[in-house]
Design a binder for this molecule. Structure first.
Ligand code: GRF
Length: 219
């Protein structure tokens, strides 16, 4: 059965495009039901150009966070999706929202969690003198950047790195592991619906159908 996903973004959407390019391959059984942004975001135009349904649900149009999140939840619920992928969605979600999509809500975070939760992860990795840095895909729970990690990729921190250079190398890895998780879910290799991550996690570094190659960004 086709794995249907919604993707939530706030910005350029390069991870969304990596997911879309993967999902749009003929032999990948995944369908992007909608790309949602909380503000006018460059990624919406890129998604639209690929024929993906997009929806701007602008936070400014809602009096409260609760109303805004309710609009997003209603839209996603109406589309009968299997998973919701946060891809550079820059708003902290309420516990209610996380609970509503429990075991169906994924995030990509630019650090080797549990290190460097929150913002400015690349600069913080440099400031801490980390020898390695990287990215993580995790299930989202009510605690910020705290849910069970599904997969991580490491990059070496080089002497010549500044935050931008490090971020670019991490981003290349992000574009590999997020589609990998989608591929594992869509092919049934990974099933997190009962929250039993430990049992399934072993499949991820293995063979994923059409394992994604890094995309070049910007296109
Ligand atoms: C990525 O680094 C992602 O890990 C973080 O926000 C950034 C979004 O980039 N959550 P993009 O919009 O996917 O290009």
């Amino acid at each position: 059965m086709t794995y249907r996903l919604a993707i939530m973004i706030s910005g350029r959407g390069s991870n969304m495009i990596a997911l879309a390019d993967y999902a749009l391959q003929e032999d990948v059984d995944a369908d992007i039901a909608v790309v949602i942004a909380d503000k006018p975001a460059a990624g919406l135009d890129v998604a639209k150009a690929r024929g993906i349904p997009v929806q701007l649900i602008d936070r400014q149009d809602y009096a409260t966070r609760q109303d805004h999140e309710a609009a997003i939840m209603n839209l996603i619920d109406s589309l009968d999706v299997d998973g919701v992928f946060l891809a550079g969605y820059m708003r902290v979600l309420s516990a209610e929202f996380c609970q509503h999509f429990n075991h169906r809500l994924f995030n990509i975070h630019p650090s080797l969690l549990p290190r460097h939760k929150g913002l400015d992860t690349h600069q913080r990795a440099l400031d801490s003198g980390d020898k390695t840095h990287g990215c993580s895909v995790h299930l989202v729970t009510a605690e910020l950047d705290d849910g069970p990690v599904l997969i991580q990729r490491e990059v070496e921190v080089l002497d010549a790195d500044d935050a931008d250079r490090l971020a670019a190398r991490v981003l290349t890895q992000e574009h590999i592991i997020y589609p990998m998780v989608l591929g594992a879910l869509a092919s049934g290799l990974l099933n997190v619906s009962n929250g039993d991550i430990e049992m399934n996690i072993g499949v991820l570094p293995g063979v994923i159908p059409n394992a994604p190659a890094p995309i070049n960004w910007p296109h």
